[in-house]
Design a protein around this ligand. Structure first.
Ligand code: ADP
Length: 201
């Protein structure tokens, strides 16, 4: 009871709404709108490659961006989480909360996470806010991802050295109605980036 009262008092005293600089002021300063570009797809599908090329293209247009990437986040803020179902949910919850902070600052935030299930992606969308959330499905066939095997993880998963590896021994649920769907088996990186730019700029 006492603790609750203390927290309520704290939030009232520290963040009175009339003193809070609104998001619109930050967006005006940057001359852009905050958005989360949420890239979902199998490991090796091309999320990071496309995100980095997209970030460069947006930078050249004078847009401030931030890339949030699975490996970076798992090595830092989420380094205490594994790949069990509850840990995957907590991983996404924290990522979405971080993305939301950037978006509300007016930054175009490109999130590269396998985010394999509909429930995980809908959780991220709920936290970030539907109007700020652009779902990009990097639709690359499993065989091609496995052939690329950028990090050697598919080989390990096939040997049984990795439990719960998405696409091999853990499911990937494709989004039903993504805002953007990219086919990296047919289109080069630059074309995928152009497709995103056409939709968001
Ligand atoms: P993810 O982030 O989804 O795990 P990466 O971006 O790390 O995937 O790896 C994708 C690999 O596929 C890279 O080696 C990249 O060069 C290659 N690749 C080939 N064609 C494409 C394409 N059209 N889009 C994205 N990546 C591609």
């Amino acid at each position: 009871m006492v603790r609750l009262f203390y927290l309520e008092g704290m939030s009232k005293n520290l963040f009175p709404p009339e003193n809070t600089l609104p998001r619109s002021a930050k967006e005006k300063l940057l001359n852009q709108q905050g958005k989360a570009i949420w890239m979902t797809g199998l490991s090796g599908s091309g999320k990071t490659t496309i995100a980095l090329a997209l970030e460069k293209a947006l930078h050249e247009k004078g847009v401030l961006t931030q890339v949030l990437d699975g490996d970076g986040i798992r090595g830092g803020i989420n380094n205490n989480l594994g790949f069990s179902e509850p840990d995957r949910m907590e991983n996404i919850r924290r990522i979405a909360e971080v993305a939301k902070l950037f978006v509300q600052c007016g930054v175009v935030t490109i999130c590269c996470f396998v985010s394999p299930t509909k429930i995980i992606r809908s959780k991220a969308k709920e936290i970030i806010g539907a109007s700020d959330f652009v779902e990009v499905y990097v639709n690359t066939p499993l065989e091609l991802c496995e052939q690329r095997d950028v990090k050697g993880l598919y080989a390990k998963a096939r040997k049984g050295e990795i439990a719960d590896f998405t696409g091999i021994n853990s499911p990937f649920e494709a989004p039903d109605t993504p805002n953007i769907e990219l086919f990296t088996d047919k289109n080069p990186v630059a074309a995928c980036v152009e497709e995103i730019l056409q939709k968001i700029v």
